[in-house]
Design a protein around this ligand. Structure first.
Ligand code: ZN
Ligand code: ZN
Length: 320
């Protein structure tokens, strides 16, 4: 292991549950996790050993690990969506992850050549990179012609701004309640930043998008942000929920057909999307997301900092 990014979802996994709203919780054990599990799903390592049937890699190769693996055999996996397999086997979630000296990867198809990219800069591509790339792809053709509203300017948000630009996105309007994160979003290239806690946040988004958002990517996924996203859509617009903060919303049904809106979930990305993302980064350069490195032994302190909202960009552990 050379680099292991610390992701916000590790907080939920270490808490042991996801907040479903209304006092309900989804326990990670009910979701299929067998404890104990070593966390860490944004991994880059150097191949130290290979099994007799593993093809296409050799000892000493530096590879990014796509952690979103399924059974590889079912219809969902065969259509190319291993990340949506009903028997998920994701690294750092359902099997041991990269907060460790060594990591076992069950098949070389999950390994991606990163060329001469620094491991700590490449590691976040495995989760924050492919997650935002997968969400941006769901925006569709209006990505290059209309503004996209991005809610949340943490590590995921800054990655999303950078990839949106790399994909030829029209412009990014970024919403966050934290002035420091809005500042970071501005530096990262956001066209407009909006305080999501402002009483007139919806009106501000509608003004900034000249009539309502064609697409909102909610990287927070709380009751408040989902509501803000839906209320800011233009007719025919789409809310893409990515964040797992938790909560619930109540929606009247007639506005779905009358406003022809879409609410779509987006969970990480497929192996094909990881391959496309690495190709995009090769062409356009690594996303300029601030990355700080810390030794593996600091993992709990890093998780505490993340929980306290003190992290701008990404912290990556460097086990070796
Ligand atoms: Zn993650
Ligand atoms: Zn499967």
């Amino acid at each position: 292991m050379l680099a292991a990014g610390v992701c916000h979802s590790d907080l939920h996994l270490s808490d042991g549950y996801f907040d479903l709203g209304g006092g309900k919780r989804l326990s990670i054990v009910d979701r299929g996790m067998k404890l104990p599990v070593t966390l860490g799903h944004e991994n880059v390592g150097e191949v130290a050993a290979i099994g007799p049937d593993a093809r296409g890699v050799k000892i000493g190769d530096r590879r990014l690990v796509d952690p979103w693996m399924g059974c590889g055999k079912c219809g969902v996996c065969r259509r190319g969506d291993e990340q949506l397999c009903l028997k998920p086997g994701s690294i750092g979630v359902f099997r041991n992850g990269g907060y460790s000296d060594f990591l076992m990867v069950p098949h070389p198809r999950y390994l991606f050549d990163i060329g001469d990219m620094p491991p700590e800069r490449a590691a976040p591509l495995a989760c924050s990179g492919v997650t935002t790339y997968g969400a941006l792809k769901k925006v569709g053709p209006t990505l290059t012609t209309e503004p996209v509203v991005i809610i949340g300017a943490g590590g995921l948000g800054l990655m999303c701004i950078a990839l949106h630009k790399a994909m030829g996105g029209h412009c990014a309007i970024v919403v966050d309640i934290d002035p420091k994160k809005r500042e970071a979003a501005k530096t990262a290239g956001a066209h407009t930043v909006i305080d999501g806690g402002a009483a007139d946040a919806v009106a501000q988004i509608i003004a900034a998008t000249k009539g309502g958002a064609w697409a909102v990517i909610d990287l927070v996924g709380s009751s408040a942000t989902a509501r803000l996203g839906i209320d800011s859509l233009i007719k025919g617009g789409k809310l893409i929920i990515v964040g797992l903060y938790g909560g619930d919303i109540t929606m009247s049904l007639p506005p779905f057909p009358m406003r022809a809106i879409t609410v779509q979930g987006s969970y990480v990305g497929s192996l094909t999307e990881t391959a496309e993302l690495i190709e995009l980064v090769r062409r356009t350069g690594l996303p300029p997301v601030p990355v700080a490195t810390r030794p593996l032994t600091d993992v709990n302190a890093v998780l505490d900092d993340l929980r306290a909202g003190k992290v701008i960009g990404r912290v990556v552990l460097t086990p070796n």
